[in-house]
Design a protein around this ligand. Sequence first.
Ligand SMILES: CC(C)(COP(=O)(O)OP(=O)(O)OC[C@H]1O[C@@H](n2cnc3c(N)ncnc32)[C@H](O)[C@@H]1OP(=O)(O)O)[C@@H](O)C(=O)NCCC(=O)NCCS
Length: 443
Amino acid sequence: MSQHDQYEIRRFRAGRPDDGAAGSGAVPPETEAWLQAVNRGFYDQAFTPRTLRREAGYYHADDRLMTGVYVADAPRYSVGAEVPVATFTSFTNTLSTGDALLPAHLISDVTVRPTHRRRGLLRRMMTDSLASAHGAGLPIAALTATEATIYGRFGFGVATQTSTVELDTTSRFALPMAEDGAVGVVELARREAIAEVAGDVFTRFHENTRGSVGRQAAYPARIDGTINGYREEPDLSVRAALHYDDDGAPDGYLTYRYVDGRGSTDAVPVIKILDLVATGPDSYLGLWNFIGNLDLIERVRYDTARIDDPLPWAMADTRGYRVTGRSDLLWLRVLDPIACLQARRYSGDGELSLAVTDPLDLAAGTFDVGVSGGVPSVQQTATGPRTDADVTIDVASLSSAFLGGATIGALADAGRIRGDETAIRKLARMFAVDRAPYCITHF
Ligand SMILES: CC(C)(COP(=O)(O)OP(=O)(O)OC[C@H]1O[C@@H](n2cnc3c(N)ncnc32)[C@H](O)[C@@H]1OP(=O)(O)O)[C@@H](O)C(=O)NCCC(=O)NCCS
């Protein structure tokens, strides 16, 4: 028997928990075994019946397609054969190009049990999923990655990055332009109120932010402390604040928590920002002005800041802003180059032919790309990458460059783009962006 023959792949939609009394409804057994397998894969604590029911409800609301890989028999005393040895989910949400919202094939919950690794299970689940998304006409796939070496081979490239920042909020902290209410009003909010306003505020942020991904159903509960690890009770240490526009409507919010700073390098009182969503510069600076001026607090930490954050430029003392880390967040994988390239505006006009190579042959082809007045027009001229195209790019690099997360110049210098220098410069001018793409959705 070949290794492949011992596995059965099953796909199913996340089952809805029964409508029993709160906390007592049953989750369909296949969904339960699958969710518990994901927990094991990420070393999380097992679900209780109540947290399982809640999780299943969110998966159902996202309309997730779950893939499980099963073995026919399991040895005595081992985890049963009803528990998958590998898991994978996909669901649809939108990716913002800043100019349009593209339907995106989101991939998550990728686990392979250590005892079944390196037998091609990830490759099978991934290639099947990408092929079916491509067949269904979805223009792009997206994921977030635990390791940077896994997904490039499937055509994914890093598309957005974020910084981890630490602010000194002692008397050194000052935002001159935010003084005297110049950037609007901020007020403490009830923790429970955040779920009511977060959706609308995020939607406005999402539509205008290149690189943003729509949030899954669990998000409001995740950011306001209702989901508290695997505990059943909410995290009551979560606090919230809202920024109001001139008409008194919320246009930004943040949730945060006091953390004991004693474990850190400086033993000082610290606030950790859990989620900060601002729909414009006023709400962004207004919220920072609030959090930076809390009494008794000496540091504020935030691990999802823009890499081109305006905050230090607004501070009187820029040295109070320290970047302590940087990491990739969103990985993109172009499936349909025409739909993707036509979903954004460009900075430079011109015409050139672009050959795209693809290890899975889903997005491969040669395309005439023309931009006039910033508006693109893209036509396919060959089903494969033609050797006489002006520029040749692999699909992972195209996915990184698509929203400006990687510059064309950097990709060319890294040997990821080939072509004559004039064409590469032209492509670089076209793709240039005024702000780095930014994603604050973890999925
Ligand atoms: C990462 C993981 C999903 C890989 O699953 P797998 O079934 O062993 O992978 P496959 O056998 O299908 O390997 C596919 C390819 O990826 C490579 N690969 C797999 N895991 C890798 C890793 N961690 N780092 C680098 N390459 C890796 C394999 O060498 C193989 O390459 P090839 O096809 O070019 O020869 C699995 O190790 C796992 O569950 N890890 C823990 C959870 C996790 O990190 N999940 C990812 C969440 S984003």
